[in-house]
Design a protein around this ligand. Sequence first.
Ligand code: NAD
Length: 335
Amino acid sequence: MPALLTAVYDARPYDREALLGAPGATALAWRFHEFRLTAETAPSAGGAGAVCAFVNDALDRPCLEGLARAGVRLVALRCTGFNNVDLAAARALGLVVTRVPQYSPHAVAEHAVALLLALNRKIHRAYQRVRELNFSLHGLVGFDLHGKTAGIVGTGKIGRVAAQILRGFGMDVLAHDPAPQPEWAVAHGVTYVPLPELFRRSDVVSLHVPLTPETRHLIRHETLAELKPGVILLNVSRGALVDTTALIDGLKSGRLGGVGLDVYEEEEGIFFEDLSGQVLQDDELARLLTFPNVLITAHQAFLTREALADIARTTVANLTALATGQPLVAGSVLT
Ligand code: NAD
């Protein structure tokens, strides 16, 4: 019997290396594509029993219909979030969709903290300055995190790790989550409060919620007005949690002290690409890049060896299960 062929989209060298290095990968057949999976590119899945997709692949109904027509049976997402998949359409088409429900939460939480430390102590500016032999400290004053208040919105796997790291710095940590974890909060000295109180009291606000209709534009003009003036806002979760237009207004007015983003509302087609020789067409992203107190990374919070290995292990386990008729990985099945 020929090995199950998996077409991998938005595939970079580190994806290929991690997937091919996972247990069981050599028993499967692979086809790696650098381009994204969309309705237009779905026919390229022809001959594949499964596709492996990532955060910026657009798995809307037309794309899923294209995959079903091409004979695909399994969509294996190599990420946690699944806001880019029309699950109802997948179900109707009989496509199985899996994700990686859990991988190193430390990778993502540590990246949020890296953005915070760099922003607060102006490391991005100091690095450039010193390379130009400008050893002046003018404009580089930060503040002690110790004794300040951090607000963690969403205390799932990643939010809890972020809270614990910030507690380690001696910060007071407030949290908000519709499904709180009271025992964890007591054990780590974290206090759950209503969202408006978290916004009002926090010197640092970090978002760790999934993107859903309820959380879309969680940060918008009205909520920005509730934030403590000078707050540092961190978003390593999903771009559309933040209304970019409102964010720019908040930066221009000086209400926001700093913004660290690993995700951006309109990142599809921009993040993961080398556009260095081109004219940037996204005016809001271009504006964001002009602020000295904005630090943007291109959706790299997951990019540690440990997280990549975890992601590859679950993904290959699901592909192997499909190929051999075994049960899929517990907790990973979305449809
Ligand atoms: P999780 O499911 O473990 O936790 C999410 C938490 O958010 C849950 O506790 C849930 O109750 C809470 N929540 C839901 N709606 C909320 C709301 N309106 N207000 C407050 N809390 C709310 O997820 P996780 O593994 O911690 O991941 C969080 C998000 O991080 C993912 O959904 C994904 O979008 C993002 N992520 C980003 C990267 C990256 O590389 N930048 C990598 C992995 C995950």
